[in-house]
Design a protein around this ligand. Structure first.
Ligand code: SF4
Length: 329
């Protein structure tokens, strides 16, 4: 059950930790789940803000079939309340649903196959907000040999997380800032449920996970050490970690874009903690976008933006030393 009845026609949504209590005709925080006649209805089901064919590197996923193409889509609304949302036009305001494109899960799978995509990505807004549309599409993808890719905040309750991650072949989960205060103030959410989801997905599912932290100067870059320490202790040293640059958007429109130095510093900190795969994002830099073999240190995959310029992984192994690599290749 994704909701429970409280009394009369009042219900409580069980998808994310907000557990919104909804009176008849009331919508939740995400604004796309609504109490209609005592049932929580996902009103964005079947609607998307457009389909695009993206390189998987754009999600970003660097260790999951590098160079492959995925059909990407998202819908409306979000379970998080990030002040720095980079897609706020469709997640934070009541964007008219009639401006959306309509595609059933069957049509999405058909289009992905028609255009030779290797998978479908649930992205642009958080698929937890469009749980049913994403999971129904994911089931059909599996039946048709397509991979499934989630780009998510990880803000989901343990029970729906089981279904969600069982249907995802890979996920990039945002770790928005390693501080409860940062999550409360700038995301209107909590850190601990995100950490629980990350641990669950990495340790107890077959979903391949990468992490992204969008760094904002003066807001969350001071928590990088604590984040790396937690990752090392709880996930090990082989979960790929992306430090991405923020651009001024939404309530943080008056801030400055992230300085490249901030990203390089974060990468150095992560290296000092012994993390093996650390990348910078949203800035052009081949060196910090390259995957190095954790065994012999040779450059395995060189990237220029979203393009691969060299790939030295053969049959999932380093071409130079033969060591099996972390990811799916
Ligand atoms: S998914 Fe939406 S309605 Fe459900 S608890 Fe989360 S924010 Fe509230």
């Amino acid at each position: 059950m994704k909701y429970q009845k409280i009394y009369d026609k009042n219900v409580q949504c069980e998808i994310c930790p907000r557990k919104c209590k909804l009176a008849p005709n009331q919508s939740g925080f995400c604004y796309v789940r609504k109490n209609i006649n005592g049932e929580v209805v996902p009103v964005s089901y079947g609607y998307n803000t457009g389909l695009a064919i993206d390189p998987i590197e754009k999600k970003p996923m660097y260790h999951f079939y590098p160079g492959s193409k995925v059909l990407s889509f998202g819908t409306l609304g979000c379970i998080m309340g990030c002040m720095f949302c980079q897609n706020w036009q469709t997640t934070k305001v009541n964007y008219p649903i009639e401006n959306c494109q309509k595609n059933s899960p069957e049509q999405i799978v058909e289009i992905a196959l028609q255009y030779g995509c290797s998978g479908v990505a649930f992205t642009y807004n958080d698929p937890i907000a469009f749980f049913e549309y994403a999971t129904d599409t994911a089931k059909l993808c599996r039946e048709n040999g397509l991979k499934t890719v989630a780009v998510t905040s990880g803000y989901i309750n343990p029970e729906p997380a089981k279904e969600f991650f069982s249907l995802m072949d890979c996920a990039n989960i945002d770790l928005k800032g390693f501080s409860e205060k940062f999550y409360a103030k700038n995301c209107l959410a909590h850190l601990q449920p995100v950490l629980d989801t990350i641990q669950y997905a990495v340790k107890e599912t077959d979903c391949f996970v990468e992490l992204t932290t969008l760094l904002i100067d003066g807001e969350n870059n001071q928590f990088v050490e604590a984040e790396c320490e937690w990752i090392k202790e709880n996930l090990g040293d082989c979960v790929p970690l992306h430090f991405s640059a923020f651009f001024p958007r939404y309530k943080f429109s008056d801030r400055k874009p992230t300085n490249a130095e901030t990203l390089y510093n974060a990468r150095n900190i992560a290296k000092n903690y012994g993390l093996k795969y650390i990348y910078t994002g949203n800035i052009p830099d081949v060196e910090s976008s390259t995957t190095y073999c954790k065994n012999c240190g040779e450059a395995l995959i060189k990237r220029d933006g979203y393009n691969l310029i060299e790939n030295n992984i053969q049959n999932g192994k380093c071409k130079f030393c033969g060591r099996e690599q972390d990811g799916r290749f």
